[in-house]
Design a protein around this ligand. Structure first.
Ligand code: MG
Length: 261
């Protein structure tokens, strides 16, 4: 099932996305919250009539760096032996169609297409074989990065944590197994031109390793998001650009870059 979060007439709700053709999609409004008990209401609204929101409001976004060999190499970095994580704050999250605001403190804004894992239940010290039980589903992410600031500053709080640095969406696909999610095509276009193309099977540390690694240290909560790293091909974004992340079996997340007002 594809679960979207949306607003209509000032109300916020979750809905199950039904249909195949982009312009004929409808939302079956969900009663309750998807992480707990819920049911489909049978009340349907066309997707075109609502504003899609970030599909979840994470307590935290944990992002893993340099998890694709060719990407680590393209930036001249060593491939880390163990997974390493950093945070993107909840205030960095925006939804599909929201604007990426180009901050004034950078001159080198970069895109990074990433598969995002959405956690479905509170968990800690998750053993490898239980990872499938704590995953709610998957969505697309763009780990927007101020590359010049990242090079200058040892911690990446500013470089990767500014407002709008974490587009998520368009919805959460809950029907993919962990094995399937570890082998999907991921691509990114800027103004329709392909910039990144890879497969999640190229990840140095697959989804299970990442969740074992971070849950060893901290409790994960329903709605928390794990970013799994980006394939090669990262590059600059400019004001006016439209950037789109597409992941096989999930969907397309599109955002426009604007100057921060
Ligand atoms: Mg990244």
């Amino acid at each position: 099932m594809r679960i979207a979060r949306f607003s209509i007439d000032g109300n916020v709700a979750f809905g199950a996305v039904e249909g195949d053709k982009q312009d004929e999609l409808v939302l079956d409004i969900i009663k309750g919250i998807p992480f707990a008990d819920y049911e489909l209401s049978g009340t349907k609204v066309p997707l075109g009539k609502v504003r899609l929101l970030p599909p979840v409001l994470p307590n935290k976004v944990v992002a893993f760096g340099r998890n694709y060999r060719e990407h680590a190499q393209e930036l001249g970095n060593a491939v880390p032996e163990a997974p390493f994580a950093f945070f993107k704050p909840s205030t960095s999250v925006i939804g599909p169609g929201d604007d990426i605001q180009y901050p004034s403190f950078t001159e080198e804004l970069h895109h990074e297409a990433e598969l995002a894992v959405v956690i479905g239940r509170m968990c800690r010290e998750v053993p490898r074989e239980r990872v499938k039980d704590v995953v709610f589903g998957y969505t697309c992410a763009n780990d927007i990065t101020a590359r010049d600031v990242q090079r200058r500053e040892k911690q990446w709080a500013r470089a990767k944590g500014f407002d709008s640095a974490c587009p998520l969406g368009p919805w959460v696909e809950t029907d993919l197994s962990v094995d399937a999610a570890n082998d999907l095509t991921i691509q990114l276009t800027v103004n329709g031109e392909q910039r990144q193309l890879g497969r999640t099977s190229e990840m140095i540390h697959p989804i299970e390793d990442l969740i074992v690694n971070i849950s060893e240290a901290m409790t994960l909560l329903p709605g928390d998001v794990i970013l799994t790293g980006t394939p090669a091909g990262v590059g600059p974004l400019h004001v006016g650009d439209e950037v789109a992340v597409t992941i096989e079996g999930i969907g397309t997340l599109t955002n426009k870059v604007v100057k921060r007002g």
